[in-house]
Design a protein around this ligand. Structure first.
Ligand SMILES: Cc1cc2nc3c(=O)[nH]c(=O)nc-3n(C[C@H](O)[C@H](O)[C@H](O)COP(=O)(O)O)c2cc1C
Length: 314
């Protein structure tokens, strides 16, 4: 199926999440059928200065097709420079106009762009003029109660050539909690001809069916639920909500950790893996004990032993 001009195998897309959507995790989600993977938000300034850590964050695996890089920044010229520098690595560039973090907003980027729409339009215009790959945008419903996005604003983005749009229907002032206004997305979907992607609170097949009815959207972007259960993409494709066995989880945990060792090396893999392990073992018996062990593990061998012990604790 087509998402804008991109060929995607499934309508269920992985959301960008700083600290989580690295190459190993994206690869895991891709093997379960995520239609699109997106890097975490990448600073245009860091790309400008060729920051090594940042350039590693945008490495992609061979199976990530199509792959999108999400950029954030407030200066249109730096934005364009960064987009041109990384365009060859990805299939699509995504503009972040949703990040609520104080640091990002203070730098006049992320969700701040919803307050300074002319600056956002300037970024869009520059990218659409000079970038050959599709340019999409991920945004919130508005910055605060006084600046809720109008349909004219969305139409203006469409007119300026944005290829598709992801809407998280919360205000910046809500951060990650509170009411999700899917009705706002339904109205935007009606008003626009480009693809509109729903994002927020999509944690099961049942939920997506409800949201699909309400919004009439065809594409769905999944964030936090993918961290808990990356196999959600497979469930959605199979039109069901599954409960996986402990043996299945154990194999998945091992595979994920192996990919992290390959990508980060032992020192960082052992430390960065802890947060994923906490999510994977949420419903497992003795998870508290397992998590205490994983938090103090220092070597690959120790982590593997903890993973191997999971069955014995059930
Ligand atoms: C830990 C974390 C990091 C996030 N980082 C980003 C990011 O880098 N870029 C972005 O556009 N959104 C980011 N988000 C927001 C998600 O992409 C998504 O919009 C939000 O979590 C709502 O979707 P969900 O309910 O499916 O999680 C982040 C969310 C979380 C929880």
């Amino acid at each position: 199926m087509k998402l804008g001009s991109l060929d995607v195998d499934s309508p269920y897309l992985l959301a960008p999440m700083a600290g989580y959507t690295d190459k190993p995790f994206r690869s895991i989600c891709k093997t379960f059928g995520a239609g699109l993977t997106v890097s975490e938000l990448i600073s245009v300034n860091a790309v400008y200065y060729g920051n090594k850590k940042t350039m590693k964050l945008i490495e992609k695996s061979d199976i990530e097709k199509p792959f999108s890089i999400q950029l954030f920044g407030g200066n249109p010229d730096t934005f364009l420079y960064a987009a041109q520098k990384i365009e060859h690595i990805c299939d699509c560039i995504n503009i972040n106009a949703g990040c609520p973090a104080n640091k990002v907003v203070k730098a006049h980027s992320g969700s701040y762009l919803l307050k300074e729409k002319n600056r956002l339009f300037e970024i869009v215009d520059k990218l659409k003029k000079h970038i050959k790959k599709p340019v999409s945008i991920k945004l919130r419903k508005g910055f605060d109660e006084n600046s809720i996005n109008t349909m004219d604003f969305y139409k203006e983005l469409e007119k300026r050539g944005i290829d598709f749009i992801v809407i998280h229907p919360r205000l910046r002032s809500q951060f990650f909690k509170g009411h999700l206004d899917y009705e706002h997305i339904a109205i935007a979907k009606d008003a626009l001809n480009i693809d509109v992607i729903v994002n927020g609170g999509l944690n099961s097949y049942k939920k997506i069916e409800e949201v699909k009815q309400l919004t009439r959207c065809n594409f769905f972007m999944i964030g936090q639920s993918a961290i808990d259960k990356p196999y959600i993409f497979e469930d959605l494709i199979n039109k069901k909500d599954s409960i996986r066995s402990v043996d299945f989880l154990k194999e998945l945990i091992k595979k994920h950790f192996t990919l992290m060792i390959e990508y980060y090396g032992e020192y960082l893999a052992v430390r960065n893996f802890r947060k994923f392990f906490h999510h994977y073992t949420k419903g497992i018996k003795f998870s508290k004990q397992l998590n205490t062990q994983i938090n103090s593990a220092k070597t690959e061998k120790e982590v593997i032993e903890i993973i191997e012990s999971i069955n014995n604790t059930q």
